[in-house]
Design a protein around this ligand. Sequence first.
Ligand SMILES: C[S@@+](CC[C@H](N)C(=O)[O-])C[C@H]1O[C@@H](n2cnc3c(N)ncnc32)[C@H](O)[C@@H]1O
Length: 357
Amino acid sequence: MIKYLGSKRTLVGVLGAIAQAAEANTAVDLFTGTTRVAQEFKRQGLEVIASDAATYSDVLAKCYIETDADKIDRNELQEKIDYLNSLSGLKGYVTENFCINARFFQPKNGERIDAIREELAKSFTKDEHYNILLTSLMLAADRVDSTTGQHMAYLKSWSHRSKHDLVLQIPELISGTGKSVLGLAEEVVEELPSVDLFYMDPPYNQHRYFTNYHIWETLVRWDKPEVYGVSNRRIDSRDLENHSVFNKRKLMPNAFKDVIMKAKCETLVVSYNNESWVEPHDIAQACLDSGHASVALFEFDYKRYIGSQIGIYNKAGDLVGSKGKRENKELIFVAGDFERVERIESVVAGRGIEPRT
Ligand SMILES: C[S@@+](CC[C@H](N)C(=O)[O-])C[C@H]1O[C@@H](n2cnc3c(N)ncnc32)[C@H](O)[C@@H]1O
């Protein structure tokens, strides 16, 4: 899975256990990002809707959530992957903007990304495996990047992994059915059906995903935009339509509460973190105001995101981001009727994780 700010990598086990304890058959994962949580729900046998505003996230969701692994001809898919892996490098948009004018990938890999992406655009857009192949390219590029996991900066010296050759592989597909919905959470939430379990994991602060992951956005759209700044981000990063209300301190609290109020479900699960703009008490209150009888709050120690541990360097190799604190806390709110919330509490406690009341 791609490296991703705010990814729930360490919490998927707990979230899967919560879905089981909630006895859910259907779920929504709003702000799905990498789709990691939606994948876990799908693995547990739930029918899942994954939604996010990012185009790359929609491609990931079409690959992992919409695709039923049991209906895929793996030999045919492997042939396509082998063919793409056999293409010779081609100096193009990625090489110029992300390998020469900025150093996110070594040129040998940038040229391969260019060649494969051009071939996908030329011969595969109507192919049934298109989103799987595009996901495979994203994952392969992520494995050989030279960043701390974001696209706002790259490392001063090439990372060790960037020296490896880019290799496409079949992503780990999951059996079952699901759906991807691309769009703004504040709009999408109105149209989503009522589900057993509704999970949401909004951004926590001013850091924008559109700019933090601009290379994935461009690789997926393949619109080759004009770029600016040290990290060669997309020129349309400046457009208001690409600014999320969830990254604005003044607007975020109400937008967040509004989404909570509109989520139609039996069990509501909300991820948050202790360095964000809304007080835990206000989130718990919003859960109750939305009609749930009971809400429990679980708190987890969490190793802080690596980019803030080692600092961030700009084009000139200067440290531009400071070394941050090492610890933050992940919060999970679970709301529903008394009995269900109690059952979930005992399951989480049984995993050795103590709930805060
Ligand atoms: C904390 S991350 C989610 C991480 C995800 N749970 C995971 O484990 O990968 C927040 C996500 O919110 C998305 N996002 C930001 N503003 C949004 C909006 N207004 N509507 C929908 N998604 C938005 C970002 O693209 C990002 O993927």
